[in-house]
Design a protein around this ligand. Structure first.
Ligand SMILES: [Zn+2]
Length: 431
């Protein structure tokens, strides 16, 4: 009987859009689901983020037998599915926001850093979607997977591999069933801090039966021309970005310099702190996040009237007034109150919020800086492989089947080494 079983893959969401992939691999009575994010579409201006609303707007996949019955009203068929597990590749919301929707009895695996940071990120209940019957700050259990160590889910085996993306601790996945081997890149790049980890992951995935690959890098063919699209402008890699942070400080010995980065891009911030000639001071909220999730302590400041964090060492606090008066000793994280800054200063925006023009907060933010004649310097580095890197990744893996997801143009990713599959939403393919 078992010999008739085959490996199938069902694609529930996140195919022709950037983000929110929800994919199920099934074999006999075992199945696994990855990832657990919500597609980001602020322009929909939805009245709420309830389960039904998200399903109706296709922001999450309509995946049977994984979500909490308290949300769906439908029981999970545990007779049909004796073994189930879920996995999320990294911390970004389009891969993680719906993790609390997973039925409590289904184990959820993630890389160790993802598992560690998530509770700190959702401490105020404004990061994840809420679990049924819990307060907003609740985070369901996440099992910290040991890198590369096989995890058995019935007759499916999962291996979580360290990879590289602009989310701290990002991972990729290798899934082995009794008859097939499938690799899922999560979000991936070759120009980050750890290309070596990515190459090892790809080598382990070599000649797999199916490579499910993100394709953010081929999403804007119309912007290609001679230069890359906006996503791929700026420093060529993360090391160059850190070096430019250092250069800007050297070039401006007597000028107030402030900056900001994105909370989940922890590694970039750690490098900036380590390499900067100036003393780096974080806003207390960010210092608290790093203290809470990683046990690391950094210099910090509070804006006037802000609530204090009990876990931050008083000895590391720098007064806001001292930062405002400074023009040479500090590089500090500005998160608002731009009218307090010195005229003619320099502000470095490194993939921080507000992220760009699509955010209504972006123009007022630029205006506030320009009102104070503060120079805005964008230093960005993409978390995604560009077109050339995607080709390199495919070449390293040489999969029998290439399945592009997480892109506006899946048809632009090609597989010179075998077939390419462009699944439709909710389609099941049998390998
Ligand atoms: Zn991501």
């Amino acid at each position: 009987m078992t010999s008739k079983a085959k490996t199938s893959i069902t694609f529930y969401n996140g195919l022709t859009t950037i983000g929110g992939p929800m994919i199920e691999v099934a074999y006999n009575k075992s199945h696994v689901l990855f990832d657990l994010g919500e597609v980001y579409r602020p322009e929909l201006d939805l009245p709420d983020e309830k389960y039904q609303t998200l399903i109706e707007n296709q922001l999450i996949g309509d995946v049977p037998n994984f979500y909490d019955p308290e949300l769906t009203g439908k029981p999970i068929d545990h007779q049909r599915w004796e073994h189930a597990a879920a996995y999320m590749s990294h911390l970004h919301l389009d891969h993680s926001k719906a993790m609390n929707f997973l039925a409590p009895e289904i184990p959820l695996y993630a890389g160790p850093l993802t598992a560690k940071m998530m509770p700190a990120l959702n401490e105020h209940g404004d990061f994840l979607l809420p679990a049924a019957g819990h307060e907003a700050s609740y985070v369901r259990p996440i099992i910290a997977a040991e890198y590369r160590k096989p995890i058995q889910v019935g007759n499916i085996t999962l291996e979580v591999w360290p990879s590289d993306h602009d989310a701290y601790g990002a991972t990729g996945l290798i899934i082995t069933t009794p008859d097939k081997r499938i690799a899922y890149t999560g979000d991936i790049r070759l120009h980050g801090y750890h290309p070596d980890w990515v190459h090892e992951f790809l080598a382990a995935a070599k000649n797999c039966d199916a490579l499910i690959i993100e394709g953010t890098g081929v999403s804007w063919p119309e912007e290609k021309h001679d230069q890359s699209s906006e996503e791929f402008t700026g420093p060529k890699n993360e090391n160059e970005l850190t070096a430019q942070f250092v250069e800007l400080q050297k070039d401006n010995p007597e000028r107030q310099i402030t900056f900001n980065t994105y909370p989940t891009n922890v590694e970039r911030l750690l490098r900036i702190i380590a390499d900067s000639p100036r003393r780096v001071v974080l806003h207390a909220q960010r210092a608290h996040l790093l203290r809470e999730s990683l046990g690391k302590e950094f210099d910090y400041y509070y804006l006037p009237g802000e609530e204090k964090f009990a876990d931050l060492q008083p000895g590391l606090e720098v007064s806001y007034q001292e930062l405002l008066n400074d023009n040479h000793a500090y590089l500090w994280q500005a998160v608002g109150n731009y009218t307090d800054l010195q005229e003619g200063g320099l502000y470095i925006h490194s993939n921080a919020e507000p992220l760009g023009d699509f955010d209504p907060a972006y123009q007022p933010f630029l205006q506030a800086l320009s009102d104070k004649k503060i120079e805005f310097k964008g230093l960005r580095c993409s978390g995604h492989a560009d077109e050339k890197e995607l080709k390199e990744i495919i070449k390293e893996v040489q999969p029998a089947n290439l399945i592009p997801v997480h892109t506006l143009h899946p048809e632009l990713e090609e597989n010179p080494f075998g077939e390419r599959i462009l699944p439709k939403r909710n389609q099941t393919i049998t390998l």
